[in-house]
Write a protein that binds this ligand. Structure first.
Ligand code: DC
Length: 223
């Protein structure tokens, strides 16, 4: 059983996906973490975010290890635990450009499909329901207004001790929206059969309730 939750940055996907996975007792795969890990590795090795061939080679030669834990996914690449590092603003600044290269996506999508082929999962990202797993049992497109997503992102960074002004965050979220939805390969879009949920006025728990209900409504006893 696969639940795919896609949507733009800051819509609350990871909080909702993690909650749904916990309630259903299944694993959670954060697909964005894999693109972030490649981006982190590229920075370490001084590979430019525009260097498509070198980035695809990194994605091919350094498999990303994902270990689902109660605390979220642990991410390892090149023998290093980069779970924290991949959340840093420097990685966030480059990840949209890195993840737009078709050669990078081919490698990462293949790895994601291999993981999702076994067992039951909740997975979130931009293209889980449209490209990685078009046969997912439940597909959700989770969105919220630009202002609300920027507000959440700022609060999230503040919790981690990173203060960024409102205008900078708004611009960053707007820029990532644009890059993610206009790229040629697997742009962010509502997958066929996806249910659109606007979380602007909803708490993450309420959204999780809605998604869990969609799974229960399948009624096939798969969870
Ligand atoms: O969800 P996130 O912010 O951690 O994602 C980081 C970047 O990775 C995001 O800018 C777009 C990209 N991404 C993607 O292209 N496809 C996915 N399935 C998940 C993320």
């Amino acid at each position: 059983m696969i639940v795919a939750i896609d949507g733009p940055a800051g819509a609350g996907k990871s909080t909702v996906a993690r909650t749904v996975a916990r309630r259903l007792g299944v694993a959670y795969l954060d697909t964005g973490a894999m693109y972030r890990a490649i981006t982190w590795l590229a920075r370490e090795r001084a590979v430019a975010p525009s260097d498509a061939a070198a980035l695809a080679a990194l994605a091919r030669d350094f498999p990303i290890e994902i270990e689902p834990t109660d605390d979220g996914d642990r991410v390892r690449v090149d023998g290093r635990d980069v779970t924290r590092e991949i959340r840093m603003p420097e990685v966030a600044a480059d990840v949209s450009e890195v993840s737009a290269h078709p050669g990078v996506r081919d490698e990462v999508v293949a790895a994601q499909r291999a993981l999702l082929a076994e067992g039951s999962w909740v997975s979130d990202g931009r293209d889980v329901g449209s490209v990685v797993c078009p046969h997912a049992d439940v597909k959700v497109f989770l969105t919220a207004t630009l202002e609300e997503r920027a507000r959440r992102r700022r609060a999230d960074l503040a919790r981690r001790g990173v203060e960024v002004d409102e205008a900078t965050i708004l611009e960053d979220v707007r820029r990532r929206d644009h890059l993610d939805s206009t790229r040629a390969t697997s742009p962010l879009r509502v997958a066929e059969g996806a249910i659109v949920i606007d979380s602007s006025d909803l708490e993450a728990d309420d959204v999780a309730d809605l998604v869990v209900q969609l799974v229960r409504d399948l009624g096939d006893g798969s969870v």
